[in-house]
Design a protein around this ligand. Structure first.
Ligand code: DGJ
Length: 740
């Protein structure tokens, strides 16, 4: 593989592949100055240098360089205190007690592939090269290694920073961002994803304002309030047009993505651990590594950005053993029975699952000692004696004897005050002395910054999984953190707890998933309260929301799909009226909202299953038949106008193209809509499964496929109609004709 990294004699560095070029240089003063990030350049080292030197009537950085003002100089890793007033990537207290750092180029090295982070999840390497540039504050002997990884086959740039204290005094870090990007002046917009419980992944687009705009979390989870994702884009960007810079962070805790438009119209993007409430004491000789920030440059709109993310997440982040593994359909007990579960009932549900052709029975919350509602027992992972007298391994065996797989729910990071574990170890929770701990869903958060706690959890979960009959674990986490303090850390290290919690969680997940590589772990945090690349690096799929109403779910999947491939998503047919918003909808549309998610299923009680058996059988058969296609394919958002949504999903081998169309509120006299398919073979013929009609690829893309009409009155035979009324849906399946 030819090197994708070049360095010129005058120390211009370029990272360049067929997707982008990224260029920076060492200035004569030793600063790392950013020069370019965008479309690939044929000679990236030869771009015109903008010297950023003019009389600004402002302070200047170096004596003897009176026109050199850092406040308008694009930089690779800016600090504060030497004439740059924008938010810095590094900030803290140096060995002299003041907060002025100045980082200068010291050395660099280039490695083939990509080094893993030591204690945090990282993107896998492979066909990649990594540039490590070491900066040093010569006065305070702090070094920062900036890592940049470029891949031959992906449009993603991975960055992280490693701080090392080489002095003999303590250094305290407050800002330890992973990456900084300084963009030239321009008209930019930002797209980000915000929400709350059961309303995750709403899209908001705003013009980048003067000043600073931040999406972040201080909740201890990456959170549903703001997913760790931002797209900075050319004004007016659409699905198909516009330059887009996407950024995410491979981290599941308190993060910040900060966008600042400076006084000279330039835009600075910082990605990393949230500096609010963060403080890390770096003893002499010690290092601190940041999570990885991932950047994508796409020049054909949001769709092309999403394609790049999807491929990368699937190939370099998700556990590789599940990359193309068709996922089992499941019957989950939660919305079918809530806490009212027992051995007999579970076996009956297993029979129902079997009858409708579902592959796996998942026993959700409520199976352990004393857990009859959400007020008690988290922490005591022992099966309830009365309701599950023969225990969970025996139940798993019986379920499996019926020809099903078996899955189980845990919420390992939590404890109820009403539990044996809390009675025994009251200091194992996050708390601060002298303050009443706030409860969330009646529970407290275990202190995963302590090894004894993660060791206990490993043993508890291991005891279940070692029976060998568990195929799936739903890993839930149902509250945000408060009173974040640890009895295991000194007073002056209490502001390290949130990050140390994450390190403990990742260590625990790493140990479990390594020991049980064939078990599918599904990431859940009251739905999408911790849906991020950190968690998805251990778990191939996630429960993105508790919202299973199809209208709610459509928006959630649409928003999440900007970054996450549908391979990482699970969806099931829940009850109607929906338990979160009361909406009544058909089984067909409830299924269809999640039709392109890798994992699909139902959470319905026996009566409902019996009442809709034939339809459910049909839909589960469809889920099964399409399960191999729903991993590794390409997802495209074609229409989303508030009342109509159309998605395309193309199988990995490109032989099958699915088109799902949704109409939300019925109305008379609607327009005839067309969906313009994308990425087809122009010259190939595509046959529509339902009636054998044949279309040329280019016609489907350019002329478009007429969408079914929403029937309100009399219907005519020669039209294709949706089911009548609100919340209707339609699935087209096209088979590409084999040219041979
Ligand atoms: C929240 C999850 O999102 C639900 O799916 C369910 O597992 C409950 N927790 C169980 O308490």
């Amino acid at each position: 593989m030819a090197s994708m990294i070049s360095v010129s004699k005058n120390r211009i560095f370029s990272l360049s592949n067929r997707f982008y070029s990224y260029v920076f240089r060492v200035t004569p003063e030793g600063l790392l100055e950013h020069m370019y990030y965008g479309a690939p350049l044929s000679k990236p080292l030869d771009i015109p240098v903008h010297h950023h030197r003019t009389l600004r009537h402002a302070v200047s950085h170096f004596e003897g360089h009176e026109h050199f003002n850092l406040n308008d100089t694009p930089q690779e890793f800016p600090s504060f205190g030497t004439s740059d007033y924008r938010f810095p990537a590094i900030h803290g207290r140096n060995s002299d007690g003041n907060t002025v750092f100045s980082l200068l180029y010291k050395k660099h090295k280039i490695t083939s592939s990509k080094p893993d982070l030591k204690n945090l999840p990282s993107a896998r390497g492979g066909d990649s090269h990594t540039l490590i540039v070491t900066l040093e504050d010569p006065l305070h002997k702090l070094t920062v290694d900036l890592h940049y990884t470029i891949y031959a086959e992906y449009g993603v740039l991975v960055r992280s920073a490693k701080f090392k204290n080489k002095s003999d005094q303590e250094i305290q870090l407050q800002h330890a961002f992973s990456s900084a990007l300084d963009f030239p002046p321009g008209d930019y917009e930002v797209l980000h994803l915000h929400g709350t419980w059961s309303r995750e992944f709403n899209e908001e687009r705003i013009s980048v304002p003067k000043g600073r705009f931040v999406v972040d979390s201080a909740r201890g989870t990456s959170s549903a309030a703001h997913n760790p994702f931002i797209a900075l884009m050319q004004k007016g960007t659409t699905e198909e047009f516009g330059r887009v810079y996407g950024t995410t962070l491979m981290y599941s805790g308190n993060f910040a993505l900060s966008v600042e438009r400076g006084e000279f119209e330039d835009v600075r993007l910082l990605a990393g651990i949230n500096p609010f409430n963060f403080h890390w004491r770096l003893k002499p000789g010690k290092s601190f590594e940041t999570p990885e920030a991932l950047h994508v440059y796409a020049d054909q709109g949001l769709r092309s950005m999403s394609h790049m993310w999807h491929e990368f997440v699937r190939d370099k982040i998700s556990p590789p053993q599940f990359r193309y593994a068709p996922r089992a359909t499941y019957l989950n007990t939660w919305e079918a029975a809530y806490f009212d579960v027992d051995g007999d009932k579970v076996l009956k549900m297993a029979d129902k699952a079997k009858e409708i052709g579902v592959d796996m029975l998942v026993l959700d919350d409520g199976w352990f000692e004393g857990r009859k509602d959400d007020t008690s027992s988290l922490g005591d992972w022992v099966a309830d004696q009365q309701r599950f007298p023969s225990g969970i391994p025996a139940l798993a065996k019986k379920v499996k004897a019926k020809g099903l797989k078996f899955g189980i729910w845990f919420e390992p990071e939590m404890v109820n005050p009403k539990s044996a574990l809390f009675e025994k170890h009251p200091d194992w929770v996050l708390h601060v002395p002298g303050r009443t701990s706030s409860l969330g869903r009646n529970q407290l958060t275990l202190d995963l910054s302590r090894d004894e706690v993660t060791d206990y959890l490993f043993d508890q979960i291991d005891a279940f999984l070692s029976c060998g009959d568990v195929d799936y674990v739903k890993w839930d986490m149902n509250r945000n953190m408060t009173e974040v303090g640890s009895a295991g850390l000194a007073k002056n290290r209490q502001r390290e707890v949130s990050h140390r919690y994450m390190l403990g969680l990742y260590k625990l997940l790493g140990k479990l998933t390594k020991k049980y590589p064939d078990i599918i772990f599904e990431n859940c945090a009251s739905g999408g309260n911790r849906f991020d690349l950190g968690m998805l690096s251990f778990m191939p799929q996630g429960w993105i929301s508790d919202m299973c109403d199809p209208v709610g779910r459509l928006g959630i999947i649409n928003g999440a799909s900007y970054l996450y491939p549908l391979d990482t998503m699970a969806a099931y047919i829940g009850p109607s009226p929906n338990h979160q918003n009361g909406r009544v909808s058909s089984i067909q549309t409830r299924f269809m909202a999640g039709v392109f998610c890798a994992a699909r299923g139902v959470s319905l009680n026996e009566e409902t299953i019996d009442a809709h058996k034939d339809e459910l059988k049909h839909l589960m058969a469809l889920a099964k038949k399409t399960s191999a296609d729903m991993v590794g394919g390409r997802f495209d958002r074609l229409i989303n106008n508030g009342n109509a949504v159309c998605w395309q999903y193309t199988s990995r081998d490109e032989s099958t193209v699915y088109l799902a169309y949704f109409h939300i509120l019925a109305a008379p006299n609607l327009p005839f809509r067309r969906a313009h398919l994308t990425g087809l073979d122009s010259k190939a013929v595509y046959e529509l499964e339902e009636d054998g009609s044949r279309f040329q690829g280019d016609a489907l893309m350019h002329s478009g496929m007429p969408m079914p009409y929403v029937a309100t009155g009399q219907v005519k035979d020669d039209m294709r109609y949706m089911e009548k009324g609100d919340f209707s849906s339609y699935l087209f399946v096209f088979r590409k004709e084999d040219k041979k």
